[in-house]
Design a protein around this ligand. Structure first.
Ligand code: F3S
Length: 402
């Protein structure tokens, strides 16, 4: 049984209300399942709020029990019904659940960032900081790129940590569990950010649940790292990786493996990445729309889009999703006007895995993100996946060509 401090036991006994009691009860159960000896404090949290009924049920239950976050979380995107109303009709029931979710999370003390890249802007951890992050692109980024320590939390377990201010000590919080487990020798052209999408999606096929240690990657951009983590955790369940000579726990191969030398080596070739791309993408040809920003676009990616469409007319509608901060920056810098003048849109606070995209169901689009194509399959959307620049060029002509 996990050992609790007096304050944690008081929470479990209900002295802080039933909301905090539920949160602690869940964390004790998780801790016991993983043989955690005790709880440790967290200093940051991020909750992948999903705007779905089960998520809302849980948040409202905690609010009704008087729960309030000790460590206020940032939250994942929902959908920006005010902005989306410019291009589609929003069903009253969908708007209602967005508003109720907003209310519940605001009441519980969350910071309503609606952003799936908090690790770039508003919730940036430091090396070795113990945190509780949910969101599939965020967990690999904070663990691997910053060397912060987070387990692969669910929205609910991260919310529990936000409320109690602690998390059970297990998994990636422990030094020995952060050791690389398989060497991935990358023998492919990794000169653009898109290659990292394919590397991320393909690698778990060779490595499974193990922590990969990449060699052959040189100074990846923040967008490349965002792509790599998002796809490792979509094509597989990988919440942590190392890049030798680049990430903070892997100055050398030896450090990445914590001195062990009993690891397997696998090789990723250009042919593997080409085959992965062929498998994931729909065939080239005519498209009905372009959808970017899963995870949310950075200002550099928005700059690329704006510069390509400036003074031109898009052949098909283009939708770009980003955080509210980057949206404001894009407006300040004139990119919003340029993209809108071409027939495109930038939406803040919005995720593609939301019901607001129903007007695109049954249609064929182009995207830069395999994760986008993965999530929208169940919504009957088909995607050609290609480099951002090529995808924008395709939106200008209405056809994907390579
Ligand atoms: Fe972000 Fe939603 Fe994609 S949370 S990473 S836009 S599925």
């Amino acid at each position: 049984m996990i050992e609790l401090k007096d304050d944690e036991q008081a929470m479990l006994d209900g002295h802080y209300g039933t909301g905090a009691q539920i949160a602690m009860k869940i964390q004790v159960a998780i801790g016991d399942a993983y043989d955690a000896p005790h709880m440790v404090p967290v200093t940051r949290t991020h909750v992948a709020l999903s705007n779905q009924e089960a998520d809302l049920w849980f948040a409202e239950k905690l609010v009704a029990g008087g729960a309030h976050c000790r460590v206020r979380p940032t939250v994942n995107p929902s959908f920006n019904w005010r902005q989306l109303k410019k291009v589609t009709t929003i069903r009253p029931e969908d708007e209602a659940i967005v508003k109720r979710t907003h209310r519940a999370y605001t009441d519980i003390g969350a910071i309503m960032t609606y952003d799936c890249t908090p690790y770039l802007e508003r919730n940036v951890p430091r090396y070795r900081e113990v945190i509780s992050f949910s969101e599939s692109s965020a967990t690999p980024f904070v663990n691997s790129v910053y060397g912060a320590r987070s387990n692969r939390e669910s929205a609910q377990s991260a919310l529990c940590a936000a409320i109690t201010g602690v998390t059970p000590l297990y998994g990636y919080l422990l030094e020995e569990n952060r050791r690389g487990q398989v060497l991935v020798d990358v023998q492919a052209d990794m000169s653009d950010d898109f290659a990292y999408q394919m590397l991320g999606y393909f690698t778990p096929r060779l490595t499974g649940f193990r922590i990969p240690v990449f060699e052959g990657l040189h100074q990846p951009s923040k967008e490349a790292l965002m792509n790599l983590g998002a796809e490792l955790n979509t094509g597989g369940n990988v919440a942590m990786y190392h890049i030798v000579g680049f990430t903070p726990e892997a100055a050398t191969r030896e450090e990445a493996f914590q001195g062990h030398d009993d690891y397997e080596t696998v090789t990723v070739t250009q042919a593997d990445l080409d085959a992965m791309r062929k498998e994931l993408t729909a065939p080239d040809g005519a498209i009905d729309f372009a959808l970017f920003g899963c995870p949310h676009l950075t200002i550099d990616q928005i700059t690329t889009i704006a510069e390509m469409v400036r003074g031109r007319d898009l052949a098909v509608p283009l939708f770009a999703m980003t955080s509210a901060l980057t949206f404001d920056l894009a407006r300040e810098m004139g990119y919003l006007d340029q993209i809108e003048a071409a027939g495109g849109h930038i939406f803040s606070n919005t995720c593609m895995d939301q019901p607001c995209w129903e007007f695109l169901y049954g249609k064929r689009g182009v995207t830069e993100s395999p994760k986008c194509a993965y999530y929208t399959k169940r919504r009957n959307m088909e995607f050609v996946i290609t480099e951002l620049e090529n995808a924008v060029a395709s939106a200008l002509t209405g056809e994907v060509v390579r």
